[in-house]
Structure formats: structure tokens, C-alpha cells
Design a protein around this ligand. Structure first.
Ligand SMILES: [Zn+2]
Length: 238
């Protein structure tokens, strides 16, 4: 399966052929749908069939491997057949908000120095958990620093390195709970120029300025070492 979002996160649709259909969902030969993973939700959208009818896709999940995307249709809908030509379209407005927040969490992990133990990207908000035994970060300071990095409009890009190169640079792996997908021989590195470099398979905006203003809404103590830092777009529903 050709995962087009890895090369270009801004693709909103693509033509594809149905490869298989089972109780889990629909597989295509190529797709723009990002499957849930790495703390980022799966895309929703629709498949438009040759006769013009549309099949609603309510989720996208990983199948047997990182390269396998299963498009989950709305329950009760009639599935297409293998060989059918479709146009796969994501709900772009939602995806773009997820891309902005996902990229913003990279900035958060650059501002707060500590092991990241978990995280979640949601629509309009997100959070990261940090292992910070002896301190709670200052909400106003973190808000100010992230908004500064957003305003500086840093370039965001990706490149691939080999498993061996990554193994030689363990300091690149900040998120201990989500190990990068090694084993396929190469790992995708996400680079925010001058700010952050780490393995990540998610979707990101092209420049930090695209994120827009954010605020740290809450910093919670979740256990002795764990600090949960919640972030939201300014003006987003809390
Ligand atoms: Zn990422």
C-alpha cells in the first residue's frame, strides 16, 4: 500500500483501487488516510465510487503492519468490491487541525526538558506527559516559549535514516512510550529546523507559523513523577 500522506501531508484526496474488503474494513492500493497511531487519531472522510455515490469512512486504523491502512466504513453501509476504482477524500479541515496540534506537541517537547511518557493529539487540543520528578513547569512560561517558536515560523521537514543510524543516536528518541517503528530498515525523522529532531510517522504542517496561537490550559500532577501538560488553540472550545 502506498502511503501518500508520508510524502505529502497536504494531499486531500487520491484516486485508488480497492484491494480487499473484510469485516475490519476496506484496503486500497494507495491512500491519503492517516491511520490512528503515535497519539494521532485516524482520518475520517469518504470514498467516492465510480457511479458518484459516496461511502462514509468513520475511522482509519493500522492493519497487520505499519504499511497497512484499514478504512473503516460507517456501520451498515454497502462496501465496494475488490477492483473498484474510488476517490479517497479525507475530512481536510479536521486533519489540518490535527496536523497543527501534532506539530505543536513537538514544540512542547522541545520547550520542556524531560522524558515524554505519553501523549494524545485531539481536535483543537492535545497533551503530553513528562517524567519530571522534582518540578512542575510554569504555565505562562511554556505558553510564551511555544508561541515564540510558532511566530518564528520554523521550517518543518522529514527525512529517513537507517535503523542502525538511529540505534547509534538514542538521544533522538524522546518519547519512551512510543518506540519508533524499527525493523523495516529505516525510520522517518521529523525535523523542525533549529528546534526539534526525532523519529515520527505522523502528519505535520510545513512551517510552525501555520499552527497559530496556543495556550497551556492546565498542568496536572499524575503521580509522583508524571506531569500532564494540556495545550489548546486560543479560542478553541475547551
Ligand atoms: Zn510528529
Amino acid at each position: 500500500m502506498d502511503l501518500l500522506f508520508r510524502q505529502d501531508a497536504y494531499l486531500k484526496s487520491c484516486d485508488a483501487t480497492v484491494v480487499s474488503v473484510d469485516e475490519k474494513g476496506i484496503r486500497l492500493d494507495r491512500t491519503v488516510f492517516y491511520p490512528m497511531g503515535g497519539g494521532q487519531p485516524g482520518d475520517v472522510g469518504r470514498l467516492v465510487l465510480a457511479d458518484g455515490s459516496a461511502l462514509e469512512i468513520v475511522d482509519a486504523v493500522k492493519g497487520a503492519s505499519h504499511e497497512d491502512v484499514v478504512h473503516v466504513p460507517k456501520p451498515g453501509s454497502t462496501a465496494p468490491a475488490p477492483g473498484d476504482r474510488v476517490t479517497a477524500e479525507i475530512d481536510w479541515d479536521r486533519r489540518h487541525r490535527l496536523m497543527r496540534m501534532h506539530t505543536c506537541l513537538h514544540l512542547l517537547s522541545a520547550v520542556i526538558k524531560g522524558d515524554v511518557t505519553g501523549g494524545q493529539v485531539s481536535d483543537g487540543k492535545g497533551r503530553l506527559d513528562f517524567n519530571l520528578p522534582d518540578q512542575t513547569p510554569d504555565k505562562e512560561f511554556v505558553t510564551r516559549e511555544i508561541n515564540r517558536l510558532i511566530q518564528e515560523d520554523h521550517l518543518v521537514g522529514s527525512r529517513w535514516i537507517s535503523d542502525a543510524e538511529l540505534a547509534a543516536q538514542p538521544e533522538l528518541v524522546r518519547t519512551m512510550s512510543v518506540k519508533p517503528p524499527m525493523g523495516s530498515g529505516k525510520v522517518r525523522l521529523l525535523n523542525i529546523e533549529g528546534v526539534d529532531l526525532q523519529p515520527c510517522g505522523g502528519t505535520h504542517v510545513a512551517r510552525t507559523g501555520e499552527i497559530g496561537p496556543i495556550e497551556i490550559t492546565k498542568i496536572e500532577n499524575k503521580g509522583k513523577m508524571n506531569r500532564r501538560v494540556n495545550i489548546a488553540f486560543v479560542g478553541a472550545a475547551q
